[in-house]
Design a protein around this ligand. Structure first.
Ligand SMILES: [Zn+2]
Length: 119
């Protein structure tokens, strides 16, 4: 358990890299999903997809359907690994929008245009 890991601790770049898929990140994803779900219940637009601004299906398990919730990093982890676990870098997004965005720039696309092969 790393529950006693200080939340605000400053970590060196090497430490950040080593913590990629950590339990802490898993917890952050869960917390972020719960926050979005709560905002959505209140009708807060911050709960919507930051890429296409559409409503996210918070009833679905995250990552299971195209319009289910996905944690998107505003600054991609590939270019900003130090922001991977930075809550301020998290954005609510559709699973599909996040996939289409990849590590590239945000475009105006969204649900209803492209359907991925796996769907
Ligand atoms: Zn979207």
């Amino acid at each position: 358990m790393d529950d006693d890991f200080p939340a605000g601790a400053k970590l060196g770049p090497g430490v950040e890299k080593a913590r990629k898929n950590s339990r802490r990140m898993h917890q952050l994803r869960t917390d972020f999903f719960e926050e979005g779900k709560r905002l959505d219940a209140e009708g807060d637009p911050d709960a919507n997809c930051h890429i296409c601004h559409g409503l996210i299906d918070y009833d679905a398990e995250p990552g299971t359907t195209p319009d289910s919730h996905n944690l998107d990093h505003y600054y991609p982890v590939s270019t900003h690994p130090e922001l991977q676990e930075d809550w301020d870098n998290f954005r609510h997004a559709h699973t599909l929008c996040n996939q289409q965005r990849g590590a590239g720039a945000i475009n105006s696309g969204g649900l209803g245009e492209l359907v991925p092969d796996w769907w």
